[in-house]
Design a protein around this ligand. Structure first.
Ligand SMILES: CC(C)(COP(=O)(O)OP(=O)(O)OC[C@H]1O[C@@H](n2cnc3c(N)ncnc32)[C@H](O)[C@@H]1OP(=O)(O)O)[C@@H](O)C(=O)NCCC(=O)NCCS
Length: 134
C-alpha cells in the first residue's frame, strides 16, 4: 500500500521528482528540462506532499501556502501506473490537513478539468492570471 507524507522540498531528489512529472505526463506542461528552474520549484515550494509505494515516488502535491488563508496547489501529479487508485485524492487531503484554515486554489490542466469537481473543488468564475512577460 502507498503512503502519503508532508516533506521538505529541499530534501527531495530533484531528478526523482522530474521522473515522476514525466511518468504522470505533467512534464509536458512544466519546465522539467530547465534543471535550475525546476530545482527551484521543488526547493522553494513550502508545502509538498509525496506518495510513495515501497519507497518509489508515485505522487506529489506541490503547493505554496501562508498556512492560514490560502494554499496555491501548483502541481498535482500521479504516476500513470498508479492513477485512479485514490492517490490524488489522498495528496489533496494531506495538503488541506497541513493548513486546515486555508482555502486550496489551483488552475486545472486541460486533462484534469473534470477531475477537480469529483474531489470537492468548486469552479471559480473569476479566476485571473497575469502571465509572465515574454
Ligand atoms: C489528475 C490526477 C492528479 C488524478 O490523480 P488520481 O490519483 O489518478 O485520481 P484519484 O484516484 O484520486 O481519483 C479520484 C476520483 O476522480 C476520478 N478521476 C481521476 N482522474 C480523472 C480525470 N482526469 N478526469 C475525471 N475524473 C478523474 C477517479 O476515477 C476517482 O473517481 P471516484 O471517486 O468515483 O472513484 C492524475 O491523473 C494525474 O497526475 N494526471 C496527469 C497530470 C495532471 O494533469 N495533473 C493535474 C495538473 S492541474
Amino acid at each position: 500500500m502507498w503512503k502519503c507524507e508532508v516533506v521538505v522540498g529541499a530534501e527531495l531528489d530533484v531528478a526523482e521528482v522530474a521522473e515522476l512529472y514525466r511518468a504522470s505526463t505533467l512534464a509536458e506542461r512544466r519546465p522539467v528540462e530547465d534543471v535550475e528552474r525546476f530545482a527551484a520549484m521543488v526547493r522553494q515550494a513550502n508545502l509538498i506532499v509525496t506518495a510513495r509505494h515501497e519507497g518509489r515516488l508515485i505522487g506529489i502535491a506541490r503547493s505554496l501556502t501562508d498556512g492560514v488563508y490560502a494554499t496555491y496547489l501548483s502541481d498535482l501529479a500521479v504516476d500513470r501506473a498508479y492513477q485512479r487508485q485514490g492517490v490524488g485524492r489522498a495528496l489533496i487531503e494531506a495538503t488541506r490537513e497541513a493548513a486546515p484554515l486555508a482555502s486550496v486554489v489551483l488552475l486545472a490542466a486541460p486533462a484534469a478539468v473534470n477531475y477537480y469537481p469529483r474531489v470537492g473543488f468548486k469552479q471559480h468564475t473569476s479566476a485571473w492570471v497575469l502571465d509572465r512577460p515574454e
